[in-house]
Design a protein around this ligand. Structure first.
Ligand SMILES: Cc1ncc(COP(=O)(O)O)c(C=O)c1O
Length: 386
């Protein structure tokens, strides 16, 4: 190969030789705890479909009726003619659901994070970010051109020191509520206290808390029983909510600012209205899902109990994300492959998604699992450890 292609070839080969080459697997059926890949069936511990709503018949029906009423595509950006009654209704429902005055839909969580940070801060301001934040928050702060300060994971003394030292200008703290690759929670009430003392915004990314944490699945704000007008709440709708998209909920003036300034909101086509119809149904199902959330807790405890003597350590987490720390990239891949041979699919997560030397199996639980699925996974891991 020559010219620009040879560089790409070299980079891919380097990735392959360090066990970091990524590739996709094609599912031939719906998402769930049972998946079919290349004609073979597996028990899966990989999806973020924590409540098992991705294939729920009531959501599928709502999606179909939404398509019958609104068609397949929105055809325009929200600020042109893409904003439908279905979007509008869902925004009102989402705001009420999480107890905020106003809400705005985005196409994805990635775009929501990029849009919020870029709309709220600029070169003269400072963003403070937990070192283990999701890539979308990291990209958002870099694109905003604000000064960036990254504090050690959940280290509030470090954050406070940085906030005290910051230059004049607006301060914005951004954090995952439930860390996507670690499963632990940000110390949100304490972070909020620091924000209040410094007149700083707090952007909470609750991709993995919405629907699962808090009373009736209201999310991490409800989990901690906290709130403030300074909190800007972002959650995704393609995980526990089972469909697609994301929203930001905040004071009305913040939402009006996003409508006017957030580029990833303005310069993109609105999502198909049928998705919003499906998501309205999903909110009803989340509200009704107390039993599923209780079952998820039982599964989590069973997994932690069954793996407590294993040579690999489950990371500290009380959520549906239960990462098993392995360390080396190749070892993590080998264990993941050996599980696959036993009909169990657990994704190995490697750098740069996680820090070097901390490759892990990200075990994600769903209310659709039953106790025998957990026992099967635990037995397989014990066998591999021997
Ligand atoms: C913490 C966190 N924030 C944001 C996102 C991005 O959301 P979306 O998939 O809707 O783009 C994800 C995962 O995808 C996530 O885990």
């Amino acid at each position: 190969m020559s010219g620009p292609f040879s560089r790409l070839q070299r980079e891919l080969e380097e990735r392959a030789s360090s066990g970091l080459l990524r590739r996709r697997h094609t599912l031939t059926g719906p998402q769930g705890t049972r998946i079919e890949v290349d004609g073979k069936r597996y028990v899966s511990f990989c999806s973020n479909d924590y409540l098992g709503l991705a294939s729920h018949p009531r959501i599928i029906e709502a999606l179909q009726s939404g398509a019958m009423r609104y068609g397949a595509g929105s055809g325009a950006a929200h600020l042109v003619t893409g904003h439908s009654l279905a979007h509008d209704r869902l925004e009102c429902e989402l705001a009420a659901f999480v107890g905020k005055p106003s809400a705005l839909l985005f196409s994805t969580g990635y775009m929501a994070n990029i849009g919020v940070v870029q709309a709220l801060v600029d070169r003269s301001d400072t963003v403070f970010a937990d070192k283990l934040n999701h890539a979308s928050l990291n990209d958002a702060m870099l694109l905003s051109r604000a000064t960036v300060r990254r504090y050690r994971h959940n280290d509030l003394d470090h954050l406070e020191k940085m906030m005290d030292e910051a230059e004049a200008g607006q301060r914005l703290v951004i954090t995952d509520a439930v860390f996507s690759m670690d499963g632990d929670r940000a110390l949100l009430p304490e972070i909020l206290e620091l924000c209040e003392r410094h007149d700083a915004w707090l952007l909470i990314d609750d991709a993995h808390g919405f629907g699962v944490s808090g009373a009736k699945g209201r999310g991490s704000i409800s989990h901690f029983g906290m709130d403030s007008p300074l909190v800007i709440y972002m959650a995704t709708l393609g995980k526990a909510a089972g469909v697609f998209g994301a929203f930001v909920a905040a004071e009305k003036i913040v939402i009006d600012t996003l409508v006017n300034k957030a580029r990833s909101y303005i310069y993109t086509t609105a999502t198909p209205p049928a998705l919003s119809v499906a998501l309205s149904e999903s909110l009803v199902l989340i509200d009704e899902a107390d039993e599923a959330r209780a079952h998820l807790k039982v599964l989590t405890m069973r997994l932690r109990q069954s793996l407590k003597d294993l040579k690999w350590r489950l990371m500290e987490s009380d959520t549906a994300i239960q990462p098993l720390l392995i360390g080396g990239n190749e070892e993590a891949m080998d264990i993941s492959m050996a599980l696959r041979e036993r009909g169990i699919w657990v994704a190995a997560i490697r750098p740069p998604t996680v820090p070097s030397g901390t490759a892990r199996l990200r075990i994600a639980l769903s209310a659709q699992h039953d106790l025998s699925d957990i026992d099967r996974l635990a037995e397989a891991l014990h066998e591999l450890a021997r």
